[in-house]
Design a protein around this ligand. Structure first.
Ligand SMILES: Nc1ncnc2c1ncn2[C@@H]1O[C@H](COP(=O)(O)OP(=O)(O)O)[C@@H](O)[C@H]1O
Ligand SMILES: [Mg+2]
Length: 498
């Protein structure tokens, strides 16, 4: 159990709060928390009873009373002579019944002058308005470092063939980092799996634990871990964006925090599609050496994984637990657009509200990298100061940038750039996006390969002549986006086209 949370709940108990509601999906973990509290809050340990609708009241797994309804269980607690805790686990099903509401109010009056405490635990409990003043609520959240460290050490202990002395502090940190973001049970399983058959502790344990985590993240539906190798020098142009980033090289360090720098919130990159927005997000992640987690906004709205709001909140919780990390929201307008608002009614507004409040108040090392092709679809609030650190506008590459992009993609595909007149290529591709340049290099290579020879300049020129860039067919839309961005965003690269 996280020490911080333990302290919070302890304070509530000591303040004689009669009913404490703990929001969590992990019943066993809540039970462990309450047991620890029962052992440590007072000078002598007290009993922590549990109540479920099938087993009635139990103490350490042994039946004590057969009370099957919540009202009976609460009565039992009111009449109990000793100071004790009780954990009620199935009450969410009957919390709206008048008899239960009445009983809980009676409890409030009946035990508020004692240290007797009723803990209610449920994944999500909508507390009737009548009861709101009668109970305190805490959200358990995902386990923090200290709790996971204890778990890890306890699992190593039962693994007989591993020497405890072999655990270096560095390795311990790595393994704990690897399972951050998982629930207690998930972390337990991931570590156990990672330890199977191991006689020594090394990076392979860390990697197995990480793999487990990424699989679980994927299963959760809307988040996905992105395996990423794009380096910053694989992005052509975007000098402003690059210099913005390089000034922030050590942003996530302890030194930066001690110096008093505020935690970075994130960037919003907008502009013409195919110009490297998504590519740059990947480069940011590798520049900082942080895991890249992609949030799929359209799936948030799909409804497969619960309500959109709940889904977003869960995703945010996981991202915060994985922190430091980059949370990549690609094409954010897919979820949060003005049209979406109209179509979705209240839900999209609430989701946007949840997201913006979180961005505003965020105090974790979750760096949000959002991209938007159609930024004019986004509501104005998202652009307000205090949400993103900066809004960049990525436009079609100028000649010098096209030169770099050609060079990057030629080299990536094992061509020696010296054999090509790259100046001419860059000159002939005015109005082409980075994606279109990449496509030209790749189709020219197919051509050469099919004729069983090396690629030549003329293959590239032919491909260029065959291509009608989107900037021609979408001239109007691009002008519209450019006009929008003119006063509102920082250009990702300094110079406009020549
Ligand atoms: N500035 C660039 N430098 C190098 N490659 C680029 C650049 N812009 C685009 N590309 C190529 O085009 C592909 C698609 O670009 P992407 O980042 O998905 O564009 P966007 O997200 O802006 O629509 C990239 O994966 C990359 O191969
Ligand atoms: Mg993209």
């Amino acid at each position: 159990m996280s020490k911080l949370l333990l302290e919070t709940v302890k304070k509530m108990v000591v303040a004689k709060t009669p009913i404490i509601y703990i929001e969590s999906e992990e019943e066993e973990r809540v039970e462990r928390l309450i047991k620890t509290l029962a052992e440590t809050t007072f000078s002598k340990p007290i009993n922590a009873y549990t109540w479920t609708c099938t087993k009635g009241i139990e103490l350490n797994g042994k039946p004590v009373d057969s009370a099957k309804t919540p009202a009976d269980a609460i009565n039992w607690m009111i009449n109990l002579k000793e100071v004790a805790f009780i954990i009620m686990e199935d009450i969410q099903w009957s919390i709206n019944e008048p008899a239960v509401i009445r009983k809980l109010k009676e409890v409030y009056k009946g035990i508020r002058d004692t240290y007797k405490t009723i803990f209610i635990t449920a994944p999500r409990l909508t507390i009737p308005d009548d009861l709101k003043n009668n109970m305190a609520a805490v959200e358990l959240g995902l386990p923090l470092r200290d709790e996971l460290e204890t778990l890890f050490l306890s699992l190593v202990k039962i693994q007989k063939n591993i020497q405890e002395a072999a655990i270096t502090p560095a390795l311990k940190t790595k393994i704990v980092n690897a399972v951050l973001g998982l629930t207690y049970n998930e972390a337990d399983r991931a570590i156990k799996r990672a330890l199977i058959g191991k006689t020594a502790l090394d990076d392979s344990v860390v990697n197995t634990a990480l793999e487990e985590k990424y699989n679980l993240i994927k299963k959760s539906g809307v988040l996905e871990y992105v395996i990423n190798t794009i380096r910053i020098d694989e992005v052509g142009g975007m000098e402003n964006l690059k210099s913005w980033l390089s000034k922030r090289a050590n942003l996530f360090s302890k030194e930066a925090q001690d110096f008093g720098l505020s935690k970075p919130k994130g960037v919003l990159m907008t502009g013409i599609s195919g110009c490297g927005k998504s590519l740059f997000v990947k480069a940011i992640a590798s520049f900082w050496g942080l895991p890249l987690i992609r949030l799929d906004m359209s799936r948030v709205y799909e409804g497969t994984f619960g309500s959109a709001e709940e889904c977003l909140r869960k995703a945010i919780n996981s991202a915060e637990a994985i922190a430091p990390c980059i949370l990549w929201i690609d094409e954010i307008e897919a979820g949060i657009s003005i049209q979406g608002f109209k179509a979705e009614g209240g839900s999209a507004t609430r989701v946007l509200g949840t997201f913006l409040t979180w961005m505003q108040e965020k105090d974790s090392f979750v760096f949000v990298a959002a991209t938007a092709n159609a930024i004019h679809l986004l509501p104005a609030e998202i652009m307000r100061k205090g949400r993103f650190d900066e809004i960049f506008y990525v436009t079609l590459p100028n000649k010098a940038e096209r030169h770099q992009i050609f060079r990057i993609h030629l080299e990536k595909r094992k061509n020696n750039p010296h054999y090509f007149d790259i100046d001419l290529l860059a000159h002939s591709t005015k109005g082409f996006s980075g994606a279109e340049i990449e496509q030209i290099v790749s189709s020219a290579m197919y051509e050469a390969f099919s004729e069983n020879r090396e690629m030549k300049q003329h293959d590239l020129m032919t491909a260029i002549n065959r291509t009608v860039p989107l900037s021609i067919t979408m001239d109007e839309q691009i002008k519209e986006i450019e006009n929008w961005a003119f006063n509102r965003a920082v250009r990702a690269s300094e110079k406009k086209d020549d």
